[in-house]
Design a protein around this ligand. Structure first.
Ligand code: SAH
Length: 401
């Protein structure tokens, strides 16, 4: 099965970027099935890479390998073994029992995300190619990790771009098995830097928890002592719990999701933290920040960890305005010497642009601020040098002068 590229369109593959867009294709064999493995050939017929075929998506093919090797169960075993070794090397499990085991393109496995929550794996498949190999990959995951239970959370919108329906449910094992520590509502408790978090595998965002922010939550904890903290877009309280556990004077947690806030309150109890120092507020951050400004409220530390405003560069302009808006308000609400932990997980906004947005927010707020740290996703979310899109999480720690 072959796909021949237009002249000149082999360039990105020669740089080892794993995506081929529809416009790059000169000619494809007519009987290609969704997710099938195809050889990508240059316009003069040279082998370039072996890839999965997505008949509907604008990203028409995603590379499995640049070598002339079979793509089969043993191929995926090699990829998964390397991914496991990388996590062992980076010692992510010295801080947690919940981490990303497979991070798509950056682990040579486009379309696959696999997160480990103790003795349970949560798999997300987002492309025709990953759906095609899902069962084989699930078998290899069980064989190589020794973990028997896999839950699938392939219920994400991006699947629509591939013409795939949302799927969620048990993929391997018996999830009510007591060995996973799961209750019937598919909840489990994980550890992160000696703190405990309830994770709702079935209904939680992503695969249940924002594993990518682990290190950044720890950093917040290290600066939180004695501070009045405002945690915006708090979800189940990751940053709030770290702040409270490390001596924050008060923490105000804001989110629009009542379910997330109720898990947050459980997390406070679970960690025996002083509930009297914490307040939950359900609402819209954009409105509440304005309300706080009008009421002359102020804080010593503000965390802004909003959802993805710009999934792609096409949304960058509108997203830039939203980032600027909340960062500007946050700078106003900060006391002198206050700290802003501000993040963007938007693929469409790169680190340089994000820094410019935050700088222009400070300027318009009329404050001087200094970046004391650049933050990113944890080492269990590696970034292939050939796939810069993998570096999606940007964070700045700013000190207000
Ligand atoms: N910081 C969290 C993850 C935040 S995810 C952690 O470390 O776990 C983003 C959160 O923003 C989600 O919980 C979502 O419910 C919430 N959210 C999205 N739009 C919002 C809005 N306009 N106002 C308040 N919360 C919002």
């Amino acid at each position: 099965m072959n796909i021949k590229l237009n002249a000149g369109r082999e360039k990105s593959l020669l740089r080892r970027h794993p995506w081929i867009f529809a416009s790059a294709i000169k000619q494809a064999d007519s009987d290609l099935a969704s997710g099938a493995t195809v050889d990508l050939l240059s316009s003069d017929g040279q082998f370039l890479a072996r890839a999965s075929y997505s008949p509907i998506s604008q990203i028409r093919a995603r590379v499995w390998t640049f070598n002339d090797e079979p793509v089969d169960k043993e191929f995926f075993r090699r990829r998964i073994k390397s991914a496991i070794e990388l996590r062992q090397m980076s010692k992510v499990d010295s801080h947690t029992n919940a981490y990303r085991l497979l991070h798509g393109e950056s682990d040579g496995m486009p379309g696959f995300v696999v997160d480990r929550y103790k003795d349970l794996l949560v798999l997300q498949s987002t492309t025709a190619g990953s759906d095609f190999w899902k069962e084989i990959v699930a078998d290899v995951l069980v064989e190589e990790t020794g973990i028997q239970n896999i839950y699938e959370r392939s219920d994400v919108d991006v699947r629509e771009l591939e013409g795939l329906k949302p799927i969620a449910g048990i993929l391997r094992g018996t999830i009510d098995d007591t060995s996973t520590g799961l209750s019937t509502s598919l909840r489990l408790t994980i550890d992160e830097y000696n703190l405990k978090f309830q994770v709702d595998i079935e209904h939680g965002h992503k695969t249940g928890f924002y594993l990518d922010q682990r290190h950044n939550r720890h950093r917040v904890g290290e600066f939180a002592e004695g501070r009045d903290v405002l945690n915006c877009f708090c979800y189940t309280g990751g940053f709030s719990i770290h702040a409270l556990a490390n001596g924050a004077k008060s923490v105000l947690s804001v989110d629009s999701s009542a379910d997330a806030l109720s898990l947050l309150e459980e997390n406070i109890t679970l960690n025996n933290l002083p509930a009297e120092r914490h307040t939950c507020l359900e609402g819209d951050v954009f409105q509440l920040l304005r309300k706080f400004r009008d009421a002359n409220r102020s804080f010593d530390m503000i965390i802004l960890d909003p959802p993805k405003f710009a999934p792609t560069a096409a949304h960058a302009e509108k997203a830039s305005r939203a980032y600027k808006d909340i960062n500007l308000l946050a700078f106003k609400l900060l006391r002198h010497g206050g700290m802003l932990f501000t993040y963007s997980c938007s693929g469409g906004i790169d680190a340089a642009l994000f820094q410019k947005i935050v700088a222009s927010a400070a300027l318009d707020a009329g404050v001087d601020a200094t970046i004391i740290e650049h933050l990113s996703q944890g080492s269990d979310h590696p970034v292939s040098l050939h796939f810069p899109e993998g570096a999606y999480l940007k964070g700045l720690v700013c000190m207000k002068g």
